[in-house]
Write a protein that binds this ligand. Structure first.
Ligand code: MN
Length: 749
């Protein structure tokens, strides 16, 4: 622990700035393997090193070192992660297929198919290009890398490779530094996080930040350096306090403080817009104990020693994070009033937190054998185990595959976007995933530059291109079988329904019209606005198109439909109790004779001189889209078409047949009363400010009330008379600009 504690963040990341001698690197690797717990055949490892050295003989790193030093360094990181011999051999060979004439066959012959497959997997990942900076694309790319790596060791070696490249990034051009750092931040650090490899994740983030925002980075490291004495003294003191208390209570615990990693401080500064002086919890403490009950005992003691900050306690022991992380977190306030975080965990949890999936693996292949409860740490590992009950530890390592994304496949568009499709997807799924228009006009597809048939099954990493044509015939019915994604199938079905619908409507209309003519009727008799709603109701269809579609489809006959229309028309003409609707019909007959007259600036279709009321719920003004409602006995009330009452009734069908078309007369000199609701932060003088604005705009105010609604907020209701919507909008804008006003809205909208 001592090394971590004393690793002052301010000194990280140190760049490796020397030409490296391969033999020296080899000795370092050899020593690390020998001091580890995993026995390896050193002759085989040496053979891999010599093979890589020979294959890369003509290449040099940017620092002047022979290229193989990078392979040795990558292998050393792999050893530090506690991985097995095949992983170390593969790490030494990880660039030979990509960068030298060596082939999969060559590697297989010399080092076996496991190593050859891993090296080939790393090569594939290396070839994936990171182009987009969008969050969603980054997530897809991360998933894709995970899915492409059929063996988890591929990902672990790729991460080790990236880590060493970041450690030697100073030698690259500035452009490359930025691209690689952004890629590391967006793709590799999150993957390390997902695999639970905290330590590597932190280093990747800090090293990337160094290139991405050097000034921000320096600001933090400088600030940390200048505070190092204080911080160290503070950490020593708290460590001692906690350790002493644990000893007194008989809990075996290892306690240490550490400075948080630079990127986490950076993020905090950015998120909270603070400079470093505003961030108090620069350090955090760990208490590592032997058992889960001790975690909670230790927590109780710490809460007894220091004042806990409310809301900061998190129990990832009873509810582990998805990546398997377990710990109890709490933030407390020390005697100096400085808050700090304490993480409490067992040694098991600690190893998982530091090494993630690799730690898990260590248990599996190490001398300790399979530990009970290990499977719980990674759901996907557990699923794998369930499928392979008989597997022993060695075989388990061999078959350790990521099946997290087994049912997904990730492919590229020609411009480098990653598209996520279900496994088994074809170019049809791809085309519809881009856009239904692309799918509907697709005439051909190619994968990785080669023309393929529509039933071609796409593989991870494929670059898919679709050819479209305006004169494409559209999808064919067998596409429904070839498409794997439900969204593609839905879009294809929609196309058929829509295409068929248009044909059906056309054909149904012709049949309906012919039948009408046979009965001495015309389309105009039916489409008359005064009778159409009643006819639609009688026929139980929402629109005439629906009727035509049904006739065309054969679900309804033209003869039956026209008979019903005839019924309804004669029924409508029968004089019975005179309703407002009857009046409208009467007036409608006369309306051709004379121009309509507006009442209060409102024209009611087919009705003159009727009583007009403006609804109180939505207070429409000229310029609003409106609709009329025939009230029982008190004329027509006018609502906005976005009025909640109107929309609710339309939805429920209540009041059907009583909603009628109304419109604003072109010229009106009337004033209209309307109501505004204002939500504002409570403050003195608010009402005065609103009144002042209204006065300045010459608005005719009919009422102004306000009240507090708690939460330090108040509402105000303003009733004003305006000429039209433009005037109202001007008022709303000005009120909205008053200090403290959160929202200005009209009634019922
Ligand atoms: Mn490499």
């Amino acid at each position: 622990m001592a090394d971590e504690k004393k690793t002052a963040a301010a000194q990280l990341p140190e760049q490796e700035h020397k030409t490296v001698d391969p033999e020296e690197s080899w000795r370092s690797l050899e020593a690390k393997i020998k001091s580890g717990s995993i026995a390896m055949d050193m002759d085989r490892v040496r053979a891999a090193y010599e093979y890589a050295a020979a294959a890369h003989a003509s290449q040099k790193r940017r620092d002047g070192s022979p290229y193989v030093t990078h392979c040795l360094a990558t292998a050393e990181i792999i050893v530090e992660q506690g991985l097995d011999e095949d992983s170390v051999v593969a790490a030494l060979l990880h660039d030979v297929i990509e960068d030298t004439p060596a082939t999969h066959e060559d590697v297989k012959k010399l080092f076996g198919s496991t190593v050859a497959d891993i090296v080939e997997g790393v090569t594939k990942l290396t070839r994936v290009q990171w182009t987009s900076h969008e969050e969603e694309q980054a997530e897809n790319l991360r998933k894709m890398l995970m899915a492409m790596a059929k063996d988890i060791r591929v990902i672990l070696i790729k991460i080790a490779d990236r880590l060493h490249n970041m450690r030697t990034m100073d030698y690259q051009s500035q452009e490359k530094q930025l691209i690689k750092s952004a890629e590391t931040m967006e793709i590799y650090a999150p993957i390390a996080h997902r695999l639970g490899m905290q330590k590597i994740k932190w280093e990747l983030e800090d090293r990337s930040l160094y290139y991405l925002d050097r000034e921000g980075y320096k600001e933090i490291t400088d600030a940390l350096s200048s505070r190092m004495d204080t911080l160290t003294a503070f950490m020593d003191k708290v460590e001692k306090q906690i350790q002493q208390r644990m000893d007194e209570e008989g809990i075996k615990a290892t306690v240490y403080g550490r400075i948080k990693h630079i990127y986490s401080i950076y993020r905090k500064m950015f998120a909270q817009q603070l400079d470093i002086n505003g961030i108090f919890d620069l350090c955090a403490f760990r208490v590592i104990v032997d058992s889960i009950p001790d975690c909670y005992n230790a927590l109780g003691m710490i809460h007894d020693m220091y004042k806990p900050v409310p809301g900061r306690f998190k129990d990832y022991v009873s509810t582990p994070k998805p990546n398997g992380y377990q710990s109890v977190h709490t933030t407390v306030i020390g005697s100096e009033g400085i808050p700090f975080e304490v993480q409490i965990r067992t040694w098991d949890m600690h190893l998982t937190a530091e090494y993630g999936v690799a730690a898990h693996w260590k248990y599996k292949s190490g001398e300790q054998g399979v530990k009970e409860g290990d499977e719980e740490k990674f759901a996907w590992v557990r699923r794998l185990l369930e499928a392979q009950q008989e597997t022993d530890a060695t075989e388990f390592v061999h078959d350790l595959k990521i099946d997290m994304f087994a049912d997904e496949v990730f492919v590229f568009t020609p411009s480098g976007d990653v598209i996520n499709l279900p496994a088994g997807a074809t170019p049809i799924d791809f085309a519809y995933a881009i856009h239904s228009g692309v799918g509907n006009s697709m005439v051909g597809a190619s994968v990785n530059g080669r023309i393929v048939t529509f039933d071609h099954v796409l593989q991870n990493g494929d670059i898919v291109e679709v050819r479209t044509s305006k004169s494409a015939p559209g999808p064919s019915r067998d596409w429904l079988q070839l498409a794997k994604s439900s969204s593609a199938r839905t879009k294809i079905k929609q196309w058929f329904k829509r295409e068929r619908r248009e044909e059906n409507i056309q054909c149904g209309r012709d049949m309906f019209e012919a039948e009408l003519r046979r009965n001495g009727l015309s389309m105009a008799d039916v489409m008359d606005e005064d009778v159409l709603p009643a006819i639609l109701k009688k026929l139980s269809v929402p629109s005439m198109d629906e009727l035509y579609a049904a006739i065309g489809y054969g679900g309804q006959t033209a003869v039956r439909s026209v008979n019903r229309v005839k019924d309804e028309l004669s029924h409508l003409k029968k004089p019975e109790k005179r309703t407002v609707l009857d009046k409208i019909n009467e007036q409608a007959e006369k309306r051709v004779a004379r121009p309509q007259k507006a009442v209060h600036g409102i024209l009611v279709e087919g009705l003159d001189n009727c009583l007009i009321k403006f609804s109180k719920c939505c207070t429409p003004v000229p310029g609003d889209d409106i609709v009329g409602f025939i009230t029982r006995g008190s004329g027509v009330s006018i609502h906005r078409t976005d009025c909640q009452n109107y929309l609710r009734q339309r939805m429920s069908g209540e009041g059907d047949g009583r909603w009628i078309h109304v419109s604003w007369a072109e010229k009106t000199t009337d004033l209209y009363i309307t109501t505004l609701h204002i939500l504002a932060k409570e403050r003195s003088g608010l009402i005065m400010d609103i009144a002042t604005v209204l006065n300045a705009l010459n608005a005719k105010v009919r009422g102004l009330t306000a009240r507090d609604v708690g939460n330090d907020q108040s509402t105000a209701v303003v009733t004003v008379e305006v000429r039209d919507l433009d005037e109202l909008r001007a008022i709303m804008n000005r009120i909205g600009a008053i200090r403290g006003v959160i929202e200005v809205r009209r009634a019922s909208s």
